[in-house]
Design a protein around this ligand. Structure first.
Ligand SMILES: [Zn+2]
Ligand SMILES: [Zn+2]
Length: 155
């Protein structure tokens, strides 16, 4: 969805004061290609793509890219962290309790009203993490199909 070329990713790394390495480029590419992937999933994609890279190197690259703000780390309750390259717009997420699929959802009203806390206790707020939990359409459909099948054949 980002439509970013590898040259853009090169420039992005440099803009953030990072040395351009094959590892960082590969990690950045897989996060943009498969947003909301876990570190394990990214590790698999990167390894399939460039081969010789240690798991630690992938984790290190994820860490530094997150620290520098090129990618965003989402840490839903009771599940592994996910990474995405859509940063800086304070969007939120929908997560399916059944299959763990995560999708983006724009800020509820648009103007990041979620950053306007009812009582900010004097904090300078710059981010709100909102996660909507539920079931995705596929999982809802799958349940209604199997429950509609009342004459279930037991083997
Ligand atoms: Zn689901
Ligand atoms: Zn997202």
């Amino acid at each position: 969805m980002s439509g970013k070329t590898s040259a853009d990713n090169d420039a992005l790394l440099r803009q953030h004061g990072l040395q351009v390495t094959a590892q960082r480029l590969a990690v950045l590419r897989s996060v943009s290609g498969r947003p909301h992937s876990t570190a394990d999933e990214i590790d698999k994609i990167v390894r399939a793509e460039i081969g010789a890279i240690s798991r630690q190197a992938v984790y290190d690259a994820l860490g530094i890219l997150t620290d520098k703000g090129l990618i965003r780390r989402i840490q839903p309750a009771r599940s592994p962290a996910r990474y995405e390259n859509r940063v800086g717009d304070n969007h939120h997420h929908l997560i399916c309790r059944t299959c763990s699929r995560m999708v983006d959802v724009d800020c509820a009203i648009g103007e990041t009203p979620c950053l306007t806390a009812a009582d900010d206790s004097g904090y300078e707020i710059d981010e709100a993490e909102v996660v909507y939990w539920g079931r995705c359409p596929e999982c809802v459909a799958a349940t209604s199909v199997s429950s509609g099948d009342s004459q279930a054949k037991s083997l």
